[in-house]
Design a protein around this ligand. Structure first.
Ligand SMILES: Nc1ncnc2c1ncn2[C@@H]1O[C@H](COP(=O)(O)OP(=O)(O)O)[C@@H](O)[C@H]1O
Ligand SMILES: [Mg+2]
Length: 347
């Protein structure tokens, strides 16, 4: 099919007149329109394996399907070792060379590499020089990340504005510090790491456990800062964050939840509907209980305990995994992916 009759347009605009376009032109138009809309990320049947000595390969992610969309915060949760970091690495195209990946990861409906500056990745460990102050760290980073054509004053202004966004203006002259000298607190370091990645205003942001090691108040500060980026300066951003054990306040900031156990999806859907999914499968969250504590207790198979009379965590997880596979939530995910990808690749 070389020429296409199209009236593609974003859902809130009136249909464009029908025009003859080549396939390349059509794809370019859709790409351009979607760039303005933001970044849609979809993954289907994502499988990741690692070498396992002489025994061949060990599966880490076992056929995950999901999506992340602009203006929404997707939280990836699950017990330690369930594959959260591996999923983030796969989505961001950062898997190690000995790791094999199959499945389809699409950006705005197309198979493409993440272009420089369009995405940011905040890793679990803060990699910063202990002898620099918070301000210096970000100024140097601005110097490296922004183009040469941008003036030094403008770079400094962008760095200062970013420090303010993350509430670090009072720590601007404090050293990062490390094991030998005390400097920024754990929460401030995490926020500085986030500043470095959001300096260029990427539309897609990956964060690996941005609150690890923080107390609940600091976690809430960091997560509200992250949630505020979803819609800033009129741009809708797509945020995917793995998070270990959020407080109930932090949990309320999530739009979508991807709950994993041993590399399998236990639940993918609106964070606010997870409770109903667990209840309908016989595991209601007890009153006055933090919902995320409840979900993680049910699906943590590391310590094979009873979650209910006679039901082990292993059995409970299996019930939830198989129930999710045939649930309306799973169908909804497939429908959303179909809408996002609009068969561009099949044309
Ligand atoms: N490169 C690797 N080689 C071997 N095993 C790995 C590798 N990367 C991850 N794993 C294993 O995969 C599982 C998931 O790891 P990870 O994604 O880091 O989990 P999480 O972030 O949820 O704690 C763990 O059991 C880990 O030991
Ligand atoms: Mg991890």
């Amino acid at each position: 099919m070389n020429a296409l009759l199209t009236n593609y347009g974003s859902s809130n605009s009136s249909p464009a007149p029908l025009i003859m376009q080549s396939k390349q032109e059509f794809v370019a138009t859709v790409e351009e329109e979607r760039k303005e809309e933001g970044m849609f990320l979809t993954w289907e049947d994502l499988q990741v394996t690692v070498p396992n000595g002489r025994k061949g390969r060990k599966p880490i992610l076992k056929g995950l399907t999901g999506y992340a969309q602009p203006g929404k915060l997707l939280a990836i949760m699950g017990p330690s070792g369930c594959g959260k970091s591996t999923l983030l690495d796969a989505l961001a195209g950062r898997l190690g060379s000995n790791i094999k990946q199959t499945g389809k990861i699409l950006i705005n409906g197309l198979k493409q590499e993440l272009a420089y500056g369009t995405s940011g990745y905040v890793t679990q460990d803060d990699a910063m020089l202990s002898c620099l102050t918070a301000g210096e760290t970000l100024y140097y980073s601005a110097e490296l990340q922004f183009p040469k054509s941008m003036s030094i004053t403008e770079k400094k202004e962008r760095a200062d504005a970013t420090l303010r966004e993350m509430g670090l203006q009072d720590a601007i002259n404090t050293r990062v510090g490390g094991w030998s000298c005390k400097g920024l607190s754990g929460g401030q370091k995490r926020r500085l790491s986030i500043c470095i990645e959001i300096l260029t205003h990427p539309r897609l942001l990956f964060l690996d456990e941005p609150t690890s090691g923080l107390d609940s108040a600091a976690s809430f500060h960091v997560m509200t800062g992250i949630a505020s980026l979803i819609l800033k300066d009129g741009i809708q951003r797509t945020i995917v964050a793995s998070i270990h054990q959020p407080s109930s306040q932090v949990f309320q900031l999530f739009h979508h939840l991807c709950l994993l156990s041993s590399g399998e999806t236990v639940y993918f859907g609106p964070a606010s509907h997870a409770n109903q999914f667990f209840s309908s499968n016989g595991f209601p969250c007890p009153p006055l209980y933090n919902p995320s504590d409840h979900y993680l207790r049910i699906i943590n198979k590391d310590f094979d305990q009873d979650v209910d009379e006679g039901i082990t965590t292993e059995e409970a997880t299996n019930i939830l995994v198989s129930s999710y596979k045939s649930s309306e939530y799973r169908n909804h995910v497939q429908n959303e992916i179909a809408k996002i990808t609009v068969n561009l690749i099949d044309l």
